[in-house]
Design a protein around this ligand. Structure first.
Ligand code: FES
Ligand SMILES: [Fe+2]
Length: 461
């Protein structure tokens, strides 16, 4: 039952913050963006509350463990984690553990990380490994990298183990954008069916031509969904980040599995701030010169008609083109500057931007409904013709540690502390409230899209 009556239902979701839209800003940029960034796709998806039990109940977590994680495509690692034949990468998701292995230059396989004798986990640690094959620490069964079982210790006792019957258990494996995906479900549809617009949109911003500059993995004190939802809207910018930007962000739903937001950097809409209580942002509008200073460019006086966005984008083009050895001259202002974030169901985020070039992945920590593992990587453009360097080891942060302890994050550390600083309070609040989560029709529609698709997985798969 909707909270909205039939009369207002027609208009639900159509309201927007006052002031210019993202499309207005992007079209006004000196270097306009490629077509995908000018598209917009929104549909009203309902306004019912989301039950808190989805974030707190062990039973719901078990449903996800049975019907979501073994059925959904997920990326385990980047291709550069396994550059040579025999390189492997272990990825754990809840009860499941997967081995990704490079068999040869053109073949990457995935297996369940479990012995076909009596089930022992084969590779103990998550992350990178190298071995010319796999062997079990219990009775010494072993396999080649293509999964073929080698002759057994005490073969005489196993006449029933022959003809490929006990090879490693294969899991579907595909690649996109330099990421290695797997799906445990033997009946799973191809990855392309889930990627929707991603291959087309990212053909303008190829992620396979990026390298991992930083990888930070942190434990967060909240359910994996609550944690990722803290990154799906810019509505929190005013309070959480004390920032005047975000009200005019654009939100797109591209289907059941893919959504996006575009949030401009280097401008804001004073008109839209009148929608918010208090005087904090009711001061005279920031000048373009002040906006440029907010972007940490303090020694450049703007000429008549210049905008903070165009000057900041050009400054970045110049400095990053030479520091990265990449030609960024054709990159639009928006790709240079903006926070553009695509979400792929259930738990993955890809940013095509240059200054904000992240990848996120959220997953449950074992079977603990109250904690999750948040992997974030910064993916830097790779110089033309260069091969991928060895990826950095993840910087691992405990639930108590601050992101500022990951020095490689620089100024971003305190931003991630702000983004994750409310999670424990939210997870606690879920347990005391009488009501569910209420979502904004537009700004929080991506969160609802994830829940609707999750319902499909739990209900009918
Ligand atoms: S359980 Fe693996 S060899 Fe026996
Ligand atoms: Fe944020």
């Amino acid at each position: 039952m909707s909270n909205t009556d039939n009369k207002t239902l027609k208009a639900a979701g159509l309201a927007r913050a006052s002031g210019p839209t993202i499309a207005d800003t992007l079209q006004a940029d000196g270097n306009p963006p490629p077509a995908p960034l000018l598209e917009s796709h929104y549909e009203f998806l309902g306004d019912n509350d989301i039950p808190t039990s989805r974030y707190t109940s062990a039973e719901f977590e078990q449903q996800e463990m049975q019907k979501l994680w073994p059925k959904a495509w997920q990326w385990a690692c980047r291709e550069e984690h396994i550059p040579d034949a025999g390189d492997s990468y272990v990825y754990d998701i809840g009860n499941y553990s997967i081995i990704i292995v490079r068999v040869d230059e053109h073949t990457i396989n995935a297996y369940l990380n479990s012995c076909t004798h009596r089930g022992t986990r084969l590779l103990a640690e998550e992350g990178s490994n190298y071995s010319p094959g796999f062997s079990c620490p219990f009775h010494g069964w072993s396999w080649q990298v293509d999964g073929t079982l080698n002759p057994l210790p005490g073969q005489w006792d196993f006449p029933h183990v022959a003809n490929g019957s006990h090879n490693l258990q294969a899991v579907k494996c595909e690649q996109w954008g330099g990421f290695v995906f797997f799906n445990i479900d033997p009946e799973a549809k191809p990855l392309a069916d889930y990627l929707d617009v991603l291959p087309e949109h990212f053909s303008h911003f190829p992620l396979d031509r990026r390298r991992i500059k930083v990888h930070v993995q942190k434990i967060l004190p909240a359910n994996w969904k609550a944690a990722q939802e803290a990154f799906m809207e810019a509505y929190h910018n005013f309070e959480t980040h004390d920032s005047p930007t975000g009200a005019n962000a654009q939100y797109d739903i591209f289907g059941k599995y893919v959504s996006r937001f575009i949030h401009n950097i280097g401008n804001y809409s004073p008109q839209s701030l009148s929608d918010y209580p208090g005087d904090k942002w009711r001061e005279p509008p920031l000048t373009e010169q002040q906006l440029l200073e907010m972007l940490a460019i303090e020694d450049r006086v703007l000429a008549e008609g210049e905008t903070a966005r165009s000057v900041a984008a050009q400054t970045m083009r110049d400095t990053m083109s030479s520091s990265l050895g990449v030609d960024l001259s054709t990159c639009s202002d928006s790709i240079m500057l903006d926070s553009i974030e695509y979400h792929l169901f259930p738990n993955m985020f890809f940013f095509p931007g240059i200054a904000i070039p992240m990848v996120y992945r959220f997953r449950p920590m074992g079977n603990d409904v109250d904690h999750c593992i948040f992997d974030m990587m910064i993916l830097e453009p790779l110089a033309e013709g260069a091969s991928h360097p060895e990826p950095p080891e993840p910087i691992k942060l405990s639930v108590e540690q601050s992101y500022t302890e990951a020095e490689a994050l620089g100024w971003l550390g305190s931003i991630y502390d702000e983004d994750t600083g409310n999670l424990q309070l939210q997870q606690q609040g879920f347990k005391t409230t009488r009501k569910g989560l209420t979502l904004g029709n537009y700004q929080e529609a991506r969160i609802r899209r994830v829940h609707l698709t999750l319902e499909e997985f739990l209900g009918s798969h």
